[in-house]
Structures are given as C-alpha cells and as structure tokens.
Design a protein around this ligand. Structure first.
Ligand code: SF4
Length: 718
C-alpha cells in the first residue's frame, strides 16, 4: 500500500493473551500503536488472530492509555491516600522496607507473587532476586492456578515438564481427544486448526470430554459430558476397555515403561458400567471413546487444559490421561501424544526460568542439592535455600496469618483471581507492606498497594515468551510506555540493586543484576539450560528474529528447535522408562448437599481475558457477553421460578455474589457455570472467586477452581 514507511513502522511481536502464542505485526505511527494484524510467517498462527488478538491495538488508544498506571505512588500509612513519588524515592523506600523486614523477621517474612503474563526475562530477574539475593523461596506465580498440575502430571509419568507434541500434530492425527478444554473459546486460533484438520480429513474422530456442551463440544463426533472431578474414572475405564479389547501396545509397554502391572490391577475394577455411574455418561460411550483412542495404527492426540488441572487431584487427572498414550504407544510419533495447553502467554517460560516456589531455573528441582549448588554457582551466591517456598494459596494464607509481612505482586490480580477471594482481600489489607507492580491502576489488587509501581505492557516491552508447544518467540516494543512506566525486569533489577545497598551487600547485588538490556538476561537464562532437557543455548535474540520462533530444545549447534519429544522412546527418568502411576478415582473436595445442591464450574469467555484489565478497556469485546451471567439448566431455573435476566444471589460456604441468570442447554441439571472475568471493578464482589474453594492438589498445589458447591436464590427487586 501507499503507506509512508518513515511515518508508519511495523514491528513483529507476539500476542499477550493466551498460550497459543500467535505472532502479530504491530503497526505504529512512530509514537503510538495504530493497528495489529496476524503475522503470516509465525508458525503458531500463520497470520490468523482471534477477536482478542485482533483488537490488541484498541487497548493502546489514548483513551485506554489514560487508564494505565503512569507514575510510582506511595502511601505513608494504610489510612493515607497514595501520592506520586519519583522512581528513586519509591524504590529506595521499598528497599528500606524489605531490608528492615528481612533483618527483623528473616528472609521468609517477604514474598513475591508474579505472573504467567510476565516475559521470561522478567521471571528470571524476580526469581534471582528472591532465591539468590534475599534467600527465600517464597516466590510463586498465578500460573500455579492454571498449569501446575500439568507440570506434575508430566513429571510423574514422563519424567520432565515437557509437552512432547507440536501444533502440527493436529493435522496429522486420526483421533483428537479434547478433555477439559473449551479450545474454541480459550485457544481460538488453535481451534481453527482443529476445524481445518476435520475439513481436510472427514474421517478424523473428535472426542470432547467436558461437563458443559461448549462450542468445542459442538464440533465433537463423540461428546462425553462427565461430572466434574470424574476424569480419572473415565480414563481408567478407557484403559480397562483397551486391555479387554487388545488395544494396548504390549511391546511399547515392555520396552519403554514401568509400573504397568500395578495400574492394571487397579483398572480391572473400572468397568465401563462402574465408571458410567461415577462419570454420569453412558457406558457405551466410554467403550467407543476407548476404541477410537486406542485404534490400532491410528494417531491419537490429546489436548487438555484447566478442566484437568484445576482440580484437587489434578496431577492424577493428568497422569491418568497420559497413561492412555503410554499404554497404546501413541507418543513420540506424528499426530500422537499428550498435549497440555497452557492458559497464559508465558506460563511455559515461567516454568523454564524456575519461577515457582519449588523450582529452579533450567527445569531444576529445589529439593535437589546438586541443582541448588549449580544455580548458586551460576548466580554467584553461596547457596540457594533448601526449604520449599509457599505456593500461591499457601502464600496468601501466610500473609493472612501475619507470617509474610512484605509482599511484592507483579502483573497479576490475586484479589480477584485466587479462590476464596474475600480472604485474600483480608490478607492484603493486613499485610504490613504491599507493592503492586502493574500496568493498570484500577485492578482489585491495586487497591491494596502501599506502593504502586507502573509497568510497561504489551507493545512497550521486549523479551521472549514460550507458547504451549515449547516455541520461544520474541516480544518487541512498538511504542513508548505511558508516563514513567518501566519494563518489569528493569523495575525488579533496579530494586534488587537498591535492596543490596540496604542490606549492606551492594557489590554483590550490582554484580548479580548488571542488566541494562533484556538480551543480557536472556543470555543468562539460556546458560542455565545448558545440558538440560530444555537446552536453548543455541538461541539468541538475533536468531529468533532472523529464523523465526523456535521450539526447545535448541542447543548450541542445532539447526533448529525440536518438533517432537521422546521419538526414541527414551524418557528422562532414572531408568529411561516412562512411569505408570497407580491412580484411583477421587471425589471433588466439596460435595454437594441439601444446602448447597448445585455444582459450580468456572471458566473463560471467548472475548475476555482474566480479570479484564486490558480486554475490559475494549468496547468491542463486550458484544459477545456484556455482563457476568450465571448459567443454569432450564429445569433448575424452573424449580426456582427463575426466568432469564432475573437477579439471584449465588452463595457458597465462602461468600456470595449477586448477578443475573440465564437458562442454558449446555449444562445438565444440577450444574451451573460462571465466567471468571468480572471482579469488583464491575460488580460488588470478587466475582466467581467469592464462591470458589481453596482446596488444592497435594502434589501440584493447584486449587480446585473448577468445582464448588453452591446455592442459588432469587433476589426480590423492590
Ligand atoms: Fe492471542 Fe490466543 Fe487469540 Fe492467538 S488465539 S490471537 S494468542 S488470544
């Protein structure tokens, strides 16, 4: 076109919403972002964008930028309002408060709560600050809420946190088993690939497992509307059928796995009829699902997400599904494998950088003394503390109990997004010193900030992210951040150096955090992966820009990243064999009863993202769903004499929320659905998480956000 290239610039970057990780081309006039389109060369999306990605530029208009946090703000006491400060004054104050707390109460009296929205470089610096400089493992992330059960599921069975598949496998599959994932709404561009695959191969079998008849379920050849929490029963029963019908690959099991006999003894009892009762689906559909999944010679790919993960037994849900691939040998081959989809844009990068309470960089384990020693050496510190840090729910419980006295929250909104949100608000109100590092000034959490630090956001910062298929993409800036906002890694590194001074360790901190460009951090991060399963020492910013996004591993000398893992049937376990885990059905943490007779499921809508900090500023994105609505089956509406649009009070043992209802044929009786996006910015409660329960999986510590027992009562409007 006739655009003046001097006035209009184009910058290749990555969408900041979901884990599909679509490439975008940002158009700008030199000062501000004017448009966005899909990057035709990016292997995640080949030019496609969903409604959220295609409207990214509308979140960077002058009107929406005016909603952003622009200057550091501090309040001297809880009762005082915050007022503007310089960066120097703000960060020196924070350093003094953190140093005083550490001196008086020890390193574990402070904590960091970060985010899968952060770039890998941001994660790296925060992790080094907490575990390296301060000496506390109290750093966790909102990714705990979305993928930690996928991590433990992979580790339990395959030995490493590494999704073995690639998006290209969708087109090569004969059977797609989509479980606990409304891909059509939560990963829309990936769903387009599923639709393409079905068009190209009408014989492709699509099985969808979900308590709700979602848009994804509408595309299914076989839909299994299981009851929440019954995943293990379903997968064990499918394995039972596979054994009975000779669909298991005995040669693969013998050569590449261990522990099958113990699991076999368990699944003997999981007849289709037994599982049908637990799952609430017909036995013949369980048999059919097993036959399609296990068909000899067929390539089967599983795609799964929060439905499995957000459960008090999420790790075992994941393991039970992975078993089906191991038992049939459908892994490490084109179109095959257990493929966990990440919710957030950089949940994967956070895992790589070890930005969780029990992890260390480069897929190292905090519990492993050799791993701790390796990282201490790379970071130039004497040691990394041994005691595991607190995971998300535990961390805010410790804040509530007064054990954590200084808390730093970056790029996330726990007052809305954690379960039992009202308790989290109490915790934040009680905490001596809360720092909130945020792009947006009006989140439910920012309200509790003693110190608010403005962070730059999408289109304004540089670094890398990793999507669901292990593909690392560059994120590039196309405009300056509003006001005095700074990159997250830059704020964290600056604070680290000042904290070093306040702790009397100025030289050490200066040596640990010399960063003035994000690329320096990427180089340090890559070095932590050398020789590890995710080795990316062959990657650099220049290579990612010149050759395009790459999947890990991509070690020094590799011609490109690796598409598929475990092709040789060797797994990163001590024996080299994948493991079957003896898993059994477990009930949800909270049973329904006469007082709380309805099963609440929470989830995403197509056009909103998380707590709507960004999507809530884009008017066009409300056309799909303008307000939060509780969906019930028509029979449950009738029983309560409700009609569409009536106001109700939904109540659990934790709290209540007032909102409108609507009948939905996507739900069976006894089931209700509430989107997760609306919080106090839009209503008089924390939204869905006023109701949810904080019970969590013992291995992954991921809370059960997909199920709570609630009651619904009509509100009389005067
Ligand atoms: Fe962005 Fe995900 Fe949509 Fe792609 S599918 S444009 S990554 S929100």
């Amino acid at each position: 076109n006739a655009r003046d290239s001097e006035r209009y610039a184009e910058t290749k970057s990555t969408c900041c919403y979901c884990g599909v990780g679509c490439g975008v081309i940002i158009e700008s006039d030199g000062e501000r972002i004017t448009g966005v389109r899909g990057d035709p060369d990016h292997p995640a999306n080949f030019g496609r964008l969903c409604t959220k990605g295609a409207t990214l530029h509308l979140s960077a208009t002058p009107a929406t930028l005016a909603l952003r946090a622009a200057h550091p703000e501090l309040r001297e006491s809880k009762a005082a309002p915050r007022s503007r400060r310089s960066w120097d004054a703000a960060l020196d104050h924070a350093a003094a408060r953190f140093a005083a707390t550490i001196r008086e109460h020890g390193p574990d009296s402070v904590a960091f709560y970060v985010s899968g929205q952060l770039l890998t470089e941001d994660y790296y610096v925060f992790n080094k600050l907490a575990k390296g400089l301060i000496g506390t493992n109290n750093i966790d992330t909102n990714s705990r809420l979305c993928m930690s059960s996928a991590v433990t599921g992979y580790k339990m069975t395959l030995g490493a946190d590494a999704p073995p598949c690639a998006y290209d496998d969708i087109a090569q599959a004969d059977c797609l088993f989509i479980a606990g994932s409304n891909t059509a709404w939560a990963h829309p561009v990936l769903f387009r690939r599923i639709e393409d695959a079905k068009k190209a191969n009408p014989e492709l079998k699509i099985i969808v497992v979900d308590p709700r008849r979602t848009d994804t379920a509408e595309a299914a050849d076989l839909f299994l509307p299981i009851l929440p929490g019954s995943d293990i029963a379903l997968y064990n029963a499918m394995l039972h059928v596979m054994l009975w019908e000779g669909l298991v690959d005995n040669a693969y099991i013998a050569a590449h796995t261990e522990g099958f006999e113990a699991l076999k003894a368990i699944v003997r009892d999981y007849t289709p009829a037994f599982a049908a009762d637990l799952c609430g689906v017909p036995a013949e559909d369980i048999v059919k699902a097993a036959q399609w999944f296990g068909a000899a010679g067929a390539a089967t790919l599983s795609l799964y997400c929060q439905g499995l993960n957000q459960s008090s037994h999420g790790s075992h849900n994941n393991a039970a599904l992975i078993h089906l691939h191991l038992a049939t040998g459908k892994i490490g081959k084109p179109g095959c494998g257990p493929f966990s989809l990440t919710g957030q844009p950089n949940a994967m990068g956070g895992r790589e950088a070890g930005g969780m309470a029990t992890l260390l960089p480069g897929h190292r384990e905090l519990a492993n003394p050799e791993h701790r020693a390796e990282i201490a050496e790379l970071w130039g510190v004497d040691s990394v503390p041994e005691a595991p840090g607190l995971s998300a729910v535990e961390l805010f419980d410790a804040v509530h109990a007064g054990k954590i006295k200084a808390l730093w929250i970056a790029c996330t909104n726990p007052a809305q997004s954690l379960p039992e949100a009202d308790k989290v608000r109490e915790a934040l109100a009680r905490c001596d010193f809360v720092v909130v590092q945020e792009a947006y000034a009006d989140t439910d959490t920012a309200e509790f900030a003693d110190l608010l630090l403005p962070a730059s956001s999408w289109g304004e910062k540089e670094g890398t992210v990793t999507n669901s298929e292990r593909r690392i993409s560059r994120v590039l800036a196309a405009s300056a951040a509003p006001g005095e906002a700074r990159a997250d890694w830059d704020i964290a590194a600056d604070f680290s150096r000042r904290l070093g001074i306040a702790l009397g360790r100025a030289q050490q901190a200066a040596a640990m955090f010399p960063y003035v460009r994000s690329e320096q951090i990427f180089i340090d991060h890559a070095e932590t992966t050398r020789g590890r399963d995710l080795d990316i020492t062959g990657l650099s910013y220049a290579r990612l820009e010149n050759q395009g996004p790459q999947q890990w591993p991509c070690p020094t000398g590799a011609a490109s990243g690796r598409t598929r893992l475990y092709v040789d049937g060797v797994f990163p376990t001590p024996s080299g064999r994948a493991r079957f885990v003896a898993v059994k059905h477990q009930p949800t943490a909270e049973a329904i009863d006469a007082r709380y007779p309805l099963r609440l499921t929470t989830g995403r809508l197509r056009d909103q993202w998380h707590g709507m900090s960004r999507t809530g500023t884009v008017a066009r994105l409300y056309s799909h769903e303008p307000e939060p609505v509780l969906e019930l089956n028509a029979k449950d509406m009738e029983r309560r004499q409700l009609k569409d649009g009536d106001l109700v009070r939904a109540k659990s043992r934790r709290g209540g929320i007032a909102l409108r209802v609507r009948a939905s044929d996507t739900l069976r009786t006894g089931q209700v659905f509430l989107p997760m996006h609306w919080g106090r910015r839009f209503m008089d409660s924390a939204g869905a998480n006023a109701l949810t329960i904080a019970a969590f999986d013992p291995y992954s510590k991921q809370p059960e956000l997909k199920h709570a027992a609630i009651q619904v009562e009509k509100l009389s409007v005067p």
